[in-house]
Design a protein around this ligand. Sequence first.
Ligand SMILES: Nc1ncnc2c1ncn2[C@@H]1O[C@H](COP(=O)(O)OP(=O)(O)OP(=O)(O)O)[C@@H](O)[C@H]1O
Length: 638
Amino acid sequence: MAILPTIFHSHPNFEWRKTSAIFTPQISPLNINTKLQFPCSITRRRCNFHHSNTINQARSISVSNACKKNQNGCDEIFHIFKRWRDFIPGGNWWNLCDSEQLVDGSPTAANPVTVLNALSKMWALVADQQWVLYTAFGALTVAALSEISIPSILTASIFSAHSCKTTVFCRNSWLLVFLCSTSGICSGLRSGCFAFANTILVKRLRETLYSSLLLQDISFFEIEAVGDLTSRLGTDCQRLSNSVGNDIHLILRNILQGTGAFINLMTLSWPLAVSSLVICSTLSAIFLVYGRYQKKAATLAQRWTASANEVAQETLSSIRTVRAYGTETDELRRFTQGLERLASISTRESIAYGFWNFSFSALFRMTQVFAVLLGGMSIFTGNVSAEQLMKYVFYCEWLIFAAWRVQDSMSSLLQSIGACEKVFQLMNLSPSDQFLSKGLKLEGLKGDIEFENVSFNYSSRKMVPVMKNVNLKIQSNNIIAIVGASGSGKTTLINLLLQLYNPTSGQILIDGIPLRELDIRWLREKIGFVSQEPQIFRTDFQSNIIYGCSRSIRQEEIEWAAKQAYVHEFISSLPSGYYTPIDGNLLSRGQKQRIAIARAILRDPTILILDEATSALDAESEYYIKVQLEWDSEWKKD
Ligand SMILES: Nc1ncnc2c1ncn2[C@@H]1O[C@H](COP(=O)(O)OP(=O)(O)OP(=O)(O)O)[C@@H](O)[C@H]1O
């Protein structure tokens, strides 16, 4: 165990020292006074911000904002009058592109997803449960056909009763009972099956998205914000599956019913049927424009929501720092900036919805007036009977309503897909190369490490080289310390060794074999790593210590590792011992580091990397752990 041996190398950024320690102590060029003064001079303005004043300040900001808003309201009305042309449909005010686009530098930003793509992807996710979907579609068809036959039979029953045709009346009544029962049973079946499919879909969407995210390169997570990704996994997936549960079946149902209504209208009077169709087509044309606008608005609204979430997540998770620096009002302002953008988009979207509803109502009422006028005249001339006119009014209403519902559900579907476009883009990302290629697994790993002319820069800062032509040889069974100024690239060196990033040029060899050619999962199993800020998971101590260990572990081994890391006593003193659930926030940094060291030791790694892993430990614990590790390393050498 234990590596990073002695290297003598002349790179200006690093200083390599032979030492009995295996840590990467940081030697800062600043003296203590400089360190203390530096942050204070930067934040002097904020330091004056007394904590007790913060709430009053927040209040006074909101009061002064309210006054400003009243004044702004008058200005705005004046402005609206001056710029009325901008506010009519098609004017500048409606334009969502210029002012509202959130700059999205993510790798997925450039690929828009079509509705068909989205639907076929969702279909593929639930394809193994086809029987549920086929039952749902079958029930939907039967229910829709039964429902659309009811107005015709109902009218016939009324008129047969009116003309005292008892046999026809009885037959129609039985038929009505049959149709109502069929439609009721099939509607229940349809809703149940779609709800079931919905549940499966949301689960699969989340699984697929999560597994796609887990397999991305580390550089991906530098561009994408965690708040944004969790909001995709949560609300977006739910919203998408809801659109399948509701919108798709409403669309299909109303298409069937609208078609049935149109066929009935054609059999009654084709001029009346054609006039209804013209109105429906006008509605569809208006909807086409509105639907596109709505999709765009939904995408932008979703991005701003995610952006506001990100701010909230960042602030709430760093609440101690926010409180200590008294920046609550600044954070509130940052959060409301996103909300204001969101409100501005939603206002336009709501007004556009109002326009759409106005067009629909006006055209629908026009059809009714038109039907009564034209139908009434036809009755006078004897071309149409009263029964036919009644059926016509019924079916006309069905047709228009079906057209409206199809378009409304279509709009909601477009909105959901627009809003959740990123879910599909993220799901379509191909995994990092590391997970695609099958590399070599060596018989045994010695642990010789060599950096050959390695240069590197982070992809997010391409112009800033972090290291240039670094050459370094580390022989197995040695302990070395890498010492360098803060920001000189010590952690980056380790990141490259762990293949979290690939060198921009040069190569890293392990036992003489290029790192890229090795099976990275196999290699990582042989490496124990403790980072500067060790991560503790929300499970118990035992699970945290055995985290990532592929072999089966006995309780004694866990305790042994914990003793080596000087954390056994602390864990044993807790009432549930190793089974005590942990919240990382409730542990000291030193305790977290000791748990992480126990985790690394338990793997019995060939290469052990400690990146300032004892920086938070007291001198006694640090000494004890170092002695244990050194002893262990010497024992292995022998
Ligand atoms: N993910 C990243 N993206 C872009 N630049 C980064 C990233 N991580 C680190 N850097 C930059 O790379 C340089 C080296 O950082 P690194 O963390 O390796 O230094 P270090 O020697 O470990 O510093 P410290 O001792 O303070 O931990 C720094 O200039 C840092 O700003």
